[in-house]
Write a protein that binds this ligand. Structure first.
Ligand SMILES: CC(C)(COP(=O)(O)OP(=O)(O)OC[C@H]1O[C@@H](n2cnc3c(N)ncnc32)[C@H](O)[C@@H]1OP(=O)(O)O)[C@@H](O)C(=O)NCCC(=O)NCCS
Length: 179
């Protein structure tokens, strides 16, 4: 399967929101209440909000992944966004990396991750970091696969539920043989 990556444009906000909603729902429907899922999705995948986020290219980078020309996933990067514990360093936050279920385990996530690390390197970032639900075992293992390590935890509000995320970081310039 051929995977290609390119930047999203504001006109593609609806598509990005659709993938976000679908992947989020597929991932969490067995664990969370319908009400909490809907509350979270309404807030997080609002079309106007996502259009603004995509168009604000200084603040965010949205990359789309295509598998054999079919849209399969995306990643949202927040440029120059540090965490308290990484204060004083040039850091990039990977806020969402979402691959539709039918395209998972086919190296789409890998392509999005590789391109994110390449951009971070080209932008002279020192750290790439993210928050991931502690119960999202698949994603945690995926990040470890790329040399991310846990450096803390933070609360994550999902509708009326409060979960605990791991904070994970990876030195951008670390040993390329890690992945
Ligand atoms: C997590 C996610 C992004 C991974 O993307 P993917 O396309 O399924 O993963 P890939 O096929 O690209 O896997 C890349 C590598 O990681 C490894 N990997 C993936 N999941 C793994 C797991 N659970 N345990 C160990 N290794 C894993 C793969 O084996 C592969 O290694 P290889 O290059 O040696 O073959 C994707 O499954 C997803 O979108 N999940 C739902 C949404 C989500 O939870 N996002 C993260 C929110 S923080």
């Amino acid at each position: 399967m051929k995977v290609t990556i390119r930047n999203a444009s504001g006109k593609e906000a609806e598509t990005v929101a659709d993938i976000g909603r679908t992947t989020f729902y597929e991932t969490w429907k067995s664990v969370n209440t319908e009400e909490d899922l809907q509350l979270y999705m309404t807030k997080s995948f609002d079309l106007e909000k996502i259009t603004k986020e995509i168009e604000d290219e200084k603040v965010n980078t949205f990359l789309l992944a295509f598998a054999n020309d079919e849209l399969a996933g995306y990643v949202k990067l927040r440029n120059d966004r540090s965490h308290n514990q990484l204060k004083g360093t040039k850091s990039l936050e990977m806020e969402r990396i979402y691959v539709l279920k039918k395209f998972q385990d086919k190296h789409v996530g890998k392509s999005l991750m590789d391109e994110s690390i390449r951009l971070a390197d080209a932008g002279n970032y020192e750290w790439i970091w993210l928050g991931v639900n502690q119960e999202n075992f698949k994603a945690v293992e995926f990040y470890k696969r790329y040399g991310f390590e846990v450096f803390g935890t933070k609360k994550f509000v999902l509708g009326t539920a409060i979960d605990e995320d791991f904070l994970m970081k990876r030195k951008v310039n670390s040993d390329p043989s890690v992945h």
